[in-house]
Design a protein. Structure first.
Length: 505
């Protein structure tokens, strides 16, 4: 193993101040037209591979609702860590349930949550740990529990086959037999996934490095190791999440930004070096993140593992369901300065209130492997599976077909590595981006249109943004047997049948 020093950056450039007044919100009398299509410049990918990806693909024929900036009046809610049960025949319990959340003063909004009103607690496992989890459905409709990014057998993956009926429970065994990573969990019921996520069903699942690890990354959860679930929401005139009325077949986009379910959040920073675990938990929106002063930050991980090398960058794009871990050094800031995470349009998603304690700044190191990300043999492997993504709205397909739970589309032997080529075929209007996700595996990106993988994608992945007319090669190995789905992670596309099945035997 070798160690890479994370370099500090200066935060003393011209800063954009954080807003201190709450913006007026207008009621939404009807759904906004938020169809998104490919933009003109599809080759502007910039440094870091993903940093400018997806910006063209979010252009549309109507209007994408712009996100309002956070006024910074509410301290960011940090999801609690799920505690182990005492005296039970299972280690953890996760219950999907109805709730009520007050996003707006004096107005309760009906929501869904895990073990609470909105979102869910953070499940933390160590590398190699095996736990029993009781999953319960207290909703009035079927749901599933999908452990997104966790390599588990197909029967407990929580895909559309794993429906749990109202009032029912199961006890399943989750084993973290994979590298440390930032994963998440959410429902995956065919036809209603988008609505259930929109109403609030999402939670973080973290795999920590095994005990005795010499990693020096910040790991004090909620103090210097912060989960950030970015989502956008659209409310009706009664401030309700009226999905059936507000939804859009090409991805439901909102004008209200939420981080960890908090509207108008701010985060009080007390440590000089902070680790942030970013999750794009939106139904469809791409997020391009940057700092308000234009300074760089350090990306240290992708969906399913640490990167081979830390990457310094000033922008980072995540499509729906993608994750990344970044490190920001606040040690040079003064009490008079301000800083925020912005999106590409300049909206302040998360202002920081920096109140550093007296602990020394120090330095942070991360481990990387000595082996190259891809061997020459892996790069030369032939394509054995071809995936064609096509369409918009309810006319979406994979390889010309819509999802059929009784049809197996592909078969692959457990433990055998194959190369999948994913092609996003454009239509006469240019086409859309499609974030492509495979259950049951963490893959490697071999190339994009024949070009070598960028440094910030040289880590394990389970989701990948594919631009219109782009071909992406993936190195795919399934460690467990079962039936797994692969699909577009624009949730409305998934519900509309942009999904297939692979049987691993």
């Amino acid at each position: 193993m070798k160690k890479i020093m994370l370099t500090s950056f200066t935060l003393s450039l011209v800063l954009i101040g954080c807003s201190d007044t709450e913006s007026d919100r207008q009621s939404q009398d009807s759904p906004m037209n938020n169809n998104h299509m490919r933009g003109e410049d599809n080759d502007n990918r910039g440094m870091g591979g993903m940093n400018n990806r997806g910006m063209g693909g979010m252009m549309n024929q109507g209007n994408i609702p712009a996100l309002e900036s956070s006024s910074g009046i509410n301290e960011l809610m940090i999801p609690p860590v799920l505690e182990k049960q005492q005296g039970e025949d299972f280690d953890y319990e996760v219950t999907a349930q109805e709730g009520s959340t007050q996003f707006f003063a004096g107005i309760p909004t009906d929501t869904y949550g895990y073990n609470g009103n909105l979102l869910g607690p953070t499940v933390r496992l160590q590398e190699g740990e095996s736990v029993d989890v009781k999953i319960t459905n207290d909703l009035d409709e079927p749901t599933t529990f999908h452990w997104h990014g966790l390599e588990v057998p197909g029967e407990i993956d929580g895909g559309p086959h794993g429906e749990i009926q109202p009032g029912d429970s199961q006890i399943i065994t989750l084993e973290a037999d994979q590298p440390a990573a930032t994963l998440w969990y959410h429902p995956h019921v065919h036809g209603t996934t988008a609505e259930q996520v929109f109403k609030g069903l999402s939670g973080m699942l973290l795999i920590d490095e095994a005990a005795g690890s010499d990693s020096e990354l910040p790991d004090d959860y909620g103090v210097d190791d912060i989960p950030l679930i970015f989502q956008d929401r659209l409310f009706d005139e009664d401030q309700q999440l009226n999905y059936n009325r507000l939804m859009n077949f090409d991805g439901t986009l909102g004008d209200i930004s939420m981080v960890n379910g908090t509207i108008n959040p701010k985060l009080t920073v007390t440590k000089s070096v902070m680790r942030f675990r970013l999750l794009n938990g939106a139904n469809a929106r791409n997020y391009t993140f940057r700092l308000s002063n234009g300074a760089s930050f350090t990306q240290i991980a992708s969906d399913g593992s640490l990167l081979d090398e830390a990457v310094e960058t000033d922008t980072l794009t995540l499509a729906a369901s993608e994750r990344a871990e970044i490190v920001i050094d606040f040690s040079t800031m003064t009490d008079e300065e301000s800083l925020a995470i912005l999106n590409d349009e300049g909206a302040e998603l998360l202002p920081f209130d920096v109140v550093l304690d007296d602990s020394p700044a120090g330095s942070t190191e991360m481990r990387t492997v000595d082996e190259p990300f891809l061997s020459e043999q892996e790069k030369a492997m032939p394509v054995t599976k071809e995936i064609e993504l096509f369409g918009m709205a309810d006319m979406v397909t994979i390889n010309g077909k819509k999802f059929d739970m009784d049809r197996i589309d592909l078969r692959q032997e457990r433990g055998v590595t194959e190369v999948w080529e994913v092609y996003n075929r454009p239509d006469m209007m240019g086409g859309m981006i499609h974030p492509f996700h495979i259950h049951g595996t963490q893959f490697k990106i071999i190339s994009r249109d024949g070009k070598e993988t960028e440094p910030n994608e040289q880590g394990l992945k389970d989701s990948v943004l594919v631009e219109p007319d782009e071909r992406v090669k993936l190195l795919v190995t399934f460690p467990e047997e079962g039936i797994f789905v692969f699909h577009c992670h624009i949730l409305e596309h998934e519900d509309n049948g942009m999904m297939g099945q692979v049987e691993v035997y």
